[in-house]
Design a protein around this ligand. Structure first.
Ligand code: GDP
Ligand code: MG
Length: 377
């Protein structure tokens, strides 16, 4: 009967998620190199398969051969129908035109970094490729030079790849950090070759990109969970601080729901950082906190009893310590859930969210943290 009210939490979470996603913005990567060198495979390995599933993407306006694939916090610009080397002039002129048109747009619309990819097995780097890299640099793009599919034995890369890298290095190209990155994007079962070099490429991408898109890169990538956790902890710290401040003049328990917007923002920010879609994270947040009803009152009511000192709150007021601890514990419990969702866990065999397990994972961490007295400052 009270359906609209029951959906309050989900709607509020969804709105918070959209706000946070907008604030995080988008990281746009341009990717170049000859056909078949392994560009899509590399993007897949670092950012996940959603984007590089070689869909056609949207042709960008003002340029016939440039395509932008967008998925949440990631955009990938690549080329169709033109080949580096053969079509340098047209390619560069389309790019110049495109970048120029974007110049006055917000940061999230700009292209931030370019990867230039060369397959090690090709054993050559043509002069026209060097010219193309220089032209990218002159367009203002940080260029990261990547050798793809580089065989390695132990920590020693194949001598032919080293020779190729040396011949490229001799050209003194304007590339990020003056580095040439050796990579293998995928394990190769036949040769027993393991993937490597992806973290280094990601680190270089962070160094090349403007600091304003660091959060978007953190959210878009799926190999560096330390960076995600660091962002999540910053969001928890912010919300815990705000809740503690709010509780400094004790909140009547009947008004406890005023804390909920803080916690929703925190949880939404964490979900975006872990790359959990709005649908999944909304459903998971409801399952985790078992809160679907009445403007967040039940959320606080269900959970706050696990915080020491809050036992009396139910009848009276919530103080600063309780408000802070409550928020801190919620944040960390939610990180647990998001981490596991991001690894494809907490799902049923059919792939749907496993609400019961999500709730258990959340509550276990929440109770354990809430019962320690006071949030760490
Ligand atoms: N084993 C292995 N295969 C790769 C790797 N990178 C690319 N490939 C394969 O090389 C082919 C071309 O890769 P793709 O990413 O489509 O190249 P693109 O045209 O540059 O986007 C595909 O068959 C990939 O599976 C890698 O690092 N390891
Ligand atoms: Mg491709």
């Amino acid at each position: 009967m009270a359906k609209p009210r029951d959906e309050w939490f989900g709607q509020a979470f969804g709105k918070a998620w959209k706000d946070q996603a907008e604030e995080v913005g988008r990281f746009n990567l341009a990717i170049f190199g000859k056909t078949g060198v392994g560009k899509s495979t590399l993007v897949n390995a670092i950012f996940g398969s959603e984007i590089a599933e070689t869909g056609i993407g949207e042709p960008v306006t003002r340029a016939e051969h440039l395509y932008l694939h967008q998925s949440g916090t990631l955009g990938v610009l690549d080329t169709r129908g033109l080949e580096v080397g053969r079509d340098n002039d047209l390619l560069i002129s389309e790019l110049r035109d495109y970048l120029h048109g974007m110049r006055r747009k917000p940061l999230a619309e700009q292209i931030h970094v370019a990867w230039y990819c060369v397959r090690a097995g090709d054993r050559r780097f043509e002069p026209t490729e060097g010219e193309f890299v220089r032209a990218l640099h002159e367009l203002g793009l940080p260029v990261i030079l990547v050798l793809t599919q580089v065989p390695r034995s132990g920590t020693r890369v194949h001598p032919d790849a080293e020779a190729l890298a040396a011949s490229i290095a001799a050209l003194d190209l304007p590339v990020q950090d003056g580095l040439i990155h050796y990579t293998m994007a995928r394990d190769d079962e036949f040769t027993g070759q393991a993937a490597y070099g992806l973290q280094e490429l990601l680190d270089a991408t962070f160094r090349g990109a403007p600091s304003g898109v660091a959060h978007a890169i953190t959210a878009a990538q799926r190999i560096d969970f330390d960076r995600k956790r660091e962002r999540a902890e910053a969001a928890i710290k912010l919300a815990t601080g705000a809740a503690t401040t709010a509780g400094a003049s004790p909140i009547p328990f009947s008004d406890a729901a005023i804390l909920v917007p803080l916690q929703l923002t925190m949880m939404a920010s964490i979900a975006v950082t872990y790359g959990i879609s709005i649908e999944r994270s909304t459903a998971a947040s409801i399952a985790a906190t078992a809160a679907a009803t009445t403007a967040g009152r039940s959320l606080v009511g269900n959970l706050i009893k696990f915080v020491p000192g809050a036992g009396t709150a139910v009848a009276g007021t919530i103080n600063a310590t309780v408000a802070g601890t409550f928020t801190y514990a919620m944040g960390h419990a939610w990180v647990r859930v998001c981490e596991r969702l991001a690894h494809g866990e907490l799902r049923t065999v059919g792939g749907a969210l496993d609400s019961d397990r999500i709730h258990r994972v959340f509550m276990e961490e929440f109770k354990s943290l809430a019962s320690r007295r006071g949030p760490p400052s």
